[in-house]
Design a protein around this ligand. Structure first.
Ligand code: ZN
Length: 279
């Protein structure tokens, strides 16, 4: 399915055996509607884009699960932030609703990224982005979760991300002295049954990956909005160290590492399905 507005792609399962999984990549998009197609080509917002994550998870439809990936750049509007995660000085007129800026907004990476783009916005402009991009992205996730939940009675939503090697370090746990390959987050069990994260971490460990849990990332709006473990709707976030699959300086995939990681991800999520930690 191709969206003519370049909001997202939804690639349905291509396997006869469907799994109760939904994979979603909110930050791999590079389309900035106001700046033209390849805003990222200038490199000015590159570190925030989870480059190639949609391609890394391209095996998902063949495995039996849908894959959604945003086409728009998170610096245009970030679906992984709460709608009130903005600062008043970003606007040229008062925002008509209460604001609740997080430390991410303090760092310029809230719902929008005005510091990076160097401009202030009219509230109407941002409301338009919310209506045309943010809400449809969340809606398609909601619809797919509802559909899978109806079919299976339970569903696991996996929000897929990557982060620069240098920030994959613990901020909470002083006993951890390594840089993580993989961080699994569920907001300390609030967005998914804790057994799912535990099972996944063990599977990654068994393949030689260094893992962390909810540190340095706890997961943000996507798993918060869609995870409801008491209703058998589980949402987890996976952050992958970019050094595992790309040359971060050159913004290029490392072919061998990329395919090894992709094979491992495929095996791990197939194994997770067989382990049935949802039931
Ligand atoms: Zn991300």
């Amino acid at each position: 399915m191709h969206s003519d507005k370049r909001i997202y792609h939804l690639i349905p399962s291509k396997n006869e055996e469907n799994l109760p999984f939904l994979f979603e990549s909110p930050h791999s998009g590079t389309f900035h509607p106001e700046d033209g197609d390849e805003h990222i080509a200038s490199g000015k917002v590159f570190p925030g884009v989870d480059r190639f994550v949609d391609e890394l998870f391209a095996f998902v439809p063949d495995m039996g699960a849908p894959l959604i990936h945003a086409d728009f750049c998170r610096c245009y509007i970030d679906p992984n932030r709460a709608l009130d995660d903005m600062r008043p000085e970003w606007f040229d007129a008062p925002w008509p609703h209460p604001l609740n800026p997080s430390e991410k907004s303090a760092n310029g990476i809230g719902l929008i990224w005005p510091k990076k783009c160097g401009i202030t916005h009219s509230p109407d402009d941002i409301q338009d982005r919310i209506d045309r991009y943010y809400r449809p992205y969340h809606q398609v996730i909601r619809d797919e979760i509802d559909r899978l939940h109806e079919q299976f009675g339970h569903v696991l939503h996996i929000s897929c991300h990557s982060a620069p090697h240098k920030i994959m370090k613990p901020q909470i746990n002083p006993r951890v002295n390594y840089t993580a390959d993989i961080v699994i987050s569920d907001q300390f069990g609030q967005t998914a049954d804790a057994r799912i994260g535990r099972a996944l971490r063990n599977m990654f460990k068994n393949k030689g990956y260094k893992t962390m849990s909810n540190d340095p990332f706890q997961g943000d709006e996507l798993i918060r909005a869609h995870g409801s473990p008491q209703n058998n709707r589980h949402s987890i976030q996976i952050e992958i160290n970019r050094a595992l699959y790309m040359d971060e300086a050159k913004i290029k995939r490392s072919a061998k590492k990329f395919s090894k990681l992709q094979n491992d991800l495929h095996e791990i999520f197939t194994q997770l399905h067989k382990a049935h930690p949802l039931t």
